[in-house]
Design a protein. Structure first.
Length: 366
């Protein structure tokens, strides 16, 4: 463990943990925001915060590894925290022979890994010092799949800094997309991928249309190249069922808090995700949430305490629960405020940092 320099690091304790957070690829916006939130809220009594750019975004990876190894030595880094298995593997190479601990926050089931990628992932899980999971169901699955030591694993929810989350610039969604004030505004967030299952939302809209409700469902999400076929299937269904008057496609957006603040009901379906971050964002925004009933969703919604759960793969029940939420908007205002307050404690950045400090202290002293 590194000793602080009395001249340069006088604000830290004489003995502190030097922790570097390694950024992953630029496509992982949520991870970038999380690292930024940790940086803005960590206290000197917790650990000394460092961050480092993604090793994979340079042209010469071997040179990046060499530079990172030099950085680890100069700054006397005790722990490197990574958020992707490839990044973890590169850190393992860079820190070989050094007394550096590696913590890996995992955000994937890795079901599609084969060959070399699978072997690298298995190697990482077996050799990093600690693995953090986003849910209990995810933790149990990976522990069983890779036969991990349970003592080196734990769950720690993704978190948000509400000072940043709430500091959005308001921009009217209704004005932008010419949505009448008399229409209920339903919305969902997520890219068009099979594990996100946007098709279930489209099928729900078709059922809800039959009830005579006057509504628009805005869809904030993008097309993913490797799942072009899935996007095309959703688009074909949308056109075939004539949903153009009920679904407004917004494309991928980066103003989630602004969007959520204007919704009457947030709807979501998760087929297979490690953690449904849009659902968490909706709950901490105080909007009514309707989401499918599965293990991961039950965990983040406290067994349905913070959301209305519909039967998985049942578009009729999805439509019924959404319609009920729309009819009970006034009655649910107080409940939504309670949900907002309680979930903001569960998913707070302060609670997350406290959990990180406990994990870091454990692996340093072991």
């Amino acid at each position: 463990m590194g000793t602080s320099n009395p001249v340069n690091n006088w604000i830290f304790f004489v003995f502190t943990m030097n922790v570097t957070f390694l950024h992953t690829t630029s496509s992982h916006r949520e991870i970038k925001d999380l690292i930024s939130d940790i940086s803005s809220n960590v206290k000197t009594s917790d650990f000394a915060f460092f961050d480092y750019p993604c090793l994979r975004e340079g042209k010469n990876i071997l040179l990046q590894i060499y530079k990172f190894r030099k950085y680890l030595k100069i700054n006397k880094i005790d722990i490197v925290h990574v958020y992707d298995y490839i990044d973890a593997y590169l850190v393992m190479l860079a820190s070989k022979g050094l007394s550096v601990k590696i913590v890996f926050s995992d955000y994937s089931y890795h079901d599609d890994l084969k060959g070399l990628k699978y072997r690298i992932c298995k190697n990482v899980f077996g050799k990093v010092d600690y693995v953090i999971f986003q849910s209990e169901i995810h933790k149990k699955y990976i522990i069983k799949k890779y036969q991990l030591d349970q003592e080196k694993c734990s769950k720690l929810f993704h978190a948000f800094c509400y000072k940043r989350f709430d500091s959005y610039l308001f921009s009217s969604i209704r004005d932008e997309f010419f949505i009448e004030d008399l229409r209920y505004l339903i919305g969902t967030i997520g890219d068009f991928t099979p594990h996100r299952d946007m098709m279930s939302v489209f099928k729900m809209v078709k059922k809800l249309r039959r009830t005579g409700r006057n509504f628009t469902c805005v869809v904030a999400g993008g097309q993913v190249e490797e799942y072009d076929h899935y996007y095309d299937t959703c688009k074909y269904y949308y056109l075939l069922q004539g949903l153009d008057n009920y679904i407004t496609y917004m494309g991928r957006r980066y103003d989630d808090a602004n969007l959520l603040s204007q919704l009457d009901v947030f709807v979501y379906n998760s087929a297979r995700e490690v953690v449904a971050l849009p659902v968490i964002k909706a709950m901490i925004s105080g909007v009514n949430v309707v989401v499918n009933d599965c293990d991961m969703i039950r965990e983040i919604t406290c067994n349905g305490k913070y959301a209305s759960l519909y039967k998985d793969n049942d578009s009729s029940d999805f439509a019924f629960k959404t319609r009920t939420a729309l009819l009970d908007l006034e009655d649910n205002k107080l409940i939504s405020q309670v949900v907002k307050e309680e979930t903001r404690m569960i998913f707070s950045i302060e609670r997350h940092i406290k959990g990180l400090k406990q994990i870091y202290s454990k692996i340093i002293t072991d």
